[in-house]
Write a protein that binds this ligand. Structure first.
Ligand SMILES: [Zn+2]
Length: 73
C-alpha cells in the first residue's frame, strides 16, 4: 500500500512538472510572436524594430532624415 501511494505521488509530480513545462513553452512562443522583426536602415545599415522604421519608396529607414537623404525627397 505504501508503494502505491509513493507511485501516485511520483506520477502526480511528473504530471505537474510536464504541465509546468508546457506552460513555459507556450509563454516562450507568445514572446517570440510578440517580438517584432528587425529591419535595416537602407541608408546607414542600422538595425531597428520594424515598428520604429520609416518606410520609404526604396526601403525602410531609421529616421525621416535618412529617408530624405537616400531618396532626395
Ligand atoms: Zn539610418
Amino acid at each position: 500500500m505504501k508503494l502505491l501511494v509513493l507511485l501516485l505521488v511520483l506520477l502526480f509530480g511528473v504530471w505537474l512538472w510536464r504541465r509546468g513545462r508546457r506552460q513555459a513553452d507556450a509563454q516562450t512562443d507568445q514572446a517570440q510572436r510578440r517580438a517584432l522583426p528587425m529591419v535595416r536602415c537602407a541608408h546607414c545599415q542600422l538595425h531597428l524594430p520594424g515598428q520604429d522604421a520609416v518606410v520609404g519608396r526604396q526601403g525602410q529607414y531609421c529616421s525621416a532624415a535618412h529617408r530624405r537623404e537616400a531618396e532626395g525627397t
